[in-house]
Design a binder for this molecule. Sequence first.
Ligand SMILES: [Zn+2]
Length: 261
Amino acid sequence: MATYKNSYINENEYSRPRTKLAALKGIVLHYTANPGASATNHKTYFGNGAGGRYAGAHIFVDEKEALCIVPLDEICYHANENKCKIDKLKGHIGSYYGDANCTTIGIEMCINKAGKIEESTFNRTVDIVAELCKKYKLTVDDLCRHYDVTGKNCPAPWVSNPAEWTRFKNAVKAKSNPIIKVSSIVEAPSYYKSGTGLYRIKKNCYAYKGVNFSDESNRMELCQKGTKYTIVGIVKYSSSYRLKTKSGLYITANKEYVEKV
Ligand SMILES: [Zn+2]
């Protein structure tokens, strides 16, 4: 299920100039600074030309929904006060030196009447950002607050309390790479009680950079029959076990495929 709904505003000079991004290098998180106003309220405002100010963002998230009001490959005026502090986000499109505006997606979190980011808004934003990271091959290192880009006090609740920003990034990370529960050897199937050490591949299989083998983008290399791997850990993922290799990749612990040497 999509985490947000596309509901684009019409072209207008101030909030949807229909200029393509120069490149996509990151995602910038904002808050609306507008207590009690919903995603729909903001769509209406920016759709009507933002009061003649160059402003806007791609996605607006509130307690109930998230609206993508500008296609993600177009620029929005959301993160440039002519002082981009993050080198990799510097960019321009022709004569427009918009820095992060030219290289990022902007996401605005709505706030409640008390000025707080509701937990449901927080969680919905986590889901959206995790989905976009996967889609555009970005990692949590490519996420930043508006504050990190230009020093602006945005999202204010995450500037005054940076632990919330850390909590957000951890939540995105957990969604992108399912949490690896490192089990003790005792929890592993009896035939792996022998634990870590040298294992031989009995049948061709693959090594993955994550424990989720159904995600093909995790697949890194073919493990040919007869090859030996030094296993430094055994981890449980859902109801299966994975062997962690010395180089940090994961291979199956299924005894049809591997055996302890
Ligand atoms: Zn902002």
